[in-house]
Structures are given as C-alpha cells and as structure tokens.
Design a protein around this ligand. Structure first.
Ligand code: BV8
Length: 237
C-alpha cells in the first residue's frame, strides 16, 4: 500500500474500554443496564433531569479518574509523525471522554460532544465542566439555575462538526474505524461513504462490527494491542 497522505480515523467506545470506561453494546455494556431512551435523549432529560444528571455525573467522574491507554497514545504518535512528513490525520471520535487529548492528540473532532463541557439552555453558554451537575447548579454566565446540561449529543439531536467531518472524509485516502460497533448513525454510515469514494477502509476492533462487511481489511483484538501494531506497520509503509 502506498504511504497514506490523509488518514481519517473514527473511534468509538472500544478505544476507551481498556481505560476502564464502559462501552455501550457489549455484553454488560452501559445500554444493557440502562435504557438509552430513558437517559440519552432530550425528552428523557425533560422528563427526569435528576436521573439523567446522576447518570452523567457518574460517567463524568469515571472519565476524570480514567487514564489514556496505548491505543490513545499510538494515535497521538500517528498524528505527529504524519504531520512531520507533510501528511495528515483527521481524528473523529464518537466518544465524549478526553482521553485522546490527554494522550497528546492535538486535533480531535467530538461529533457526539464532550462530557467535560456543560451548556446552559437559558443563555446557550458552553463552558468546561468537571464537577457534578444538578438542577440547583447556577450557570456561571447568566446565573440561572436549572438550565445546565452536559454538552453532549443525545439521540435525535444533530451531531457536531458534520461539515468538517464530511469534508475530511471526502479528502481521505485511508479510513480506519477503531472500537465502534457501527450501530449509531450518521457515524456508522461513514465506512460506506468512504468505499463509495474509492477510499481504502480498515476496521480495528475486538470483534467484527455490525458493518464489518464494508471494510477492505480488519485486525481483531484489544485496541491497546492492535492499534499500536497497526500504526507501527502503517508508518513503515
Ligand atoms: C441524528 C450520547 C439527525 C453521549 C450517543 C440514519 C441517519 C441518521 C440518524 C439515524 C439513522 N438511523 C437512526 C438514526 C437515529 C440515531 C441512531 O443512529 N440510532 C441507532 C440506535 C439506530 N442517531 C441519532 O439520533 C444521532 N442524531 O441522527 O440527528 C441527523 C440526521 C441525518 C444526518 C445527521 C443528523 C445522534 C447519535 C448520538 C447519540 N449519542 N451517546 C453518551 O452518552 O455517550 S450514542 C452512543 O453510541 C455513544 O455516543 C457512542 O459513542 C455511540 C456509538 O457507540 P460505540 O462507540 O460504537 O460503542 P459500542 O458500545 O456500540 O461499541 C463498542 C465497540 O468496541 C464494539 O464493537 C466492541 O466489540 C468494541 N470493543 C470493546 N472493547 C474493545 C473493543 N474494541 C477494541 N478494544 C477493546 N478493548
């Protein structure tokens, strides 16, 4: 394979699994214990904001306590090595944690938002947020209480940065999906778009995903092993 010049990587919960953050659809995953329609929709938040705040407070504390793993570190290394040779990495993540950034990735597109950011429904201010949130928490920007929510994308809400993600996908010469089940759209549709554009596609996952058939090649195993191996091989080509 020619050395890729514009690599597009899409990560999902599987890249953070070995950092101790739960995945969603694995055996024992988050959605096997909680109903996403009760917790990850704007209607759920309107119906029971206390429950939804509790759910995300638990997950926010988990993210803060977690550490990046070798897969996150390898992706940060890939970004800097590609830039040194005048090539580029576009890292798009469905994850709401900050482990890519803490591993050293400088440009990360969080299409489902970030759990360490809060947004005020009253004044629309978005701000870094590491504490628990509740209905009593006043917005630092407008002072109103009761309107703060995690700045993440729930089901039925428009994902973020779709314009730059779409442009980067169209420019790519290699598409790599890492640790994602291929169950959630529009992210799950990216591999089919890449193939339609004639872009080489590769899946790095614990086991075949829902759209495994769309990939030209695949390497299966834990991300902390498979991702560094794949990146070392990619940088030698
Ligand atoms: C939207 C919130 C309108 C934050 C999440 C067609 C087109 C467009 C939309 C839809 C469509 N069909 C249906 C829809 C609606 C819906 C949807 O996709 N529903 C599904 C269930 C069918 N999509 C939406 O509502 C989206 N918005 O559509 O807006 C629109 C319309 C057109 C165009 C644009 C917009 C909003 C989706 C975002 C919802 N928010 N979470 C949070 O709580 O975290 S979803 C949730 O799933 C997370 O964000 C997560 O990132 C995402 C995807 O899950 P994965 O990351 O893949 O995780 P999963 O557990 O599923 O899989 C883990 C994988 O890792 C597994 O394969 C496993 O084998 C592997 N693994 C495990 N351990 C390891 C490992 N791999 C390697 N190493 C390991 N150690």
């Amino acid at each position: 394979m020619n050395s890729p010049q514009r690599v597009f990587v899409l990560t999902g919960a599987g890249v953070s699994a070995e950092s101790g953050l739960g995945t969603f659809r694995d055996r024992g995953g988050i959605w096997s214990r909680f109903d996403p329609m009760q917790l990850a929709t704007p209607e759920a938040f309107g119906r029971d904001p206390v429950l939804v705040h509790e759910f995300y407070n638990l997950r926010r504390r988990g993210v803060i306590a977690a550490a990046p793993n070798a897969a996150h570190t390898a992706l940060a290394h890939l970004e800097s090595r590609l830039q040194q040779r005048g090539a580029s990495l576009f890292l798009c993540t469905q994850n709401v944690d900050d482990l890519h950034e803490r591993a050293g990735s400088r440009t990360v597109s969080h299409m489902h938002g970030e759990i360490l950011e809060a947004r005020c429904l009253g004044c629309e201010a978005v701000m870094p947020w590491r504490e628990d949130l509740s209905l009593e928490t006043p917005c630092p920007a407008c002072g109103e209480a009761g309107g703060l929510r995690p700045d993440i994308v729930w089901f039925g809400e428009m994902p973020k940065h779709l314009d730059i993600i779409g442009a980067a996908l169209r420019e790519a010469d290699l598409f790599v999906a890492i640790g994602t089940s291929g169950a959630v759209y529009p992210a799950a549709g990216y591999v089919a778009q890449a193939r339609a554009l004639g872009i080489r596609t590769c899946e790095l996952n614990l086991e075949p995903s829902d759209n495994a058939a769309h990939f030209d090649e695949a390497r299966y195993g834990p991300a902390s092993v498979v991702v560094p191996e794949f990146i070392a091989w990619l940088l030698e080509t």
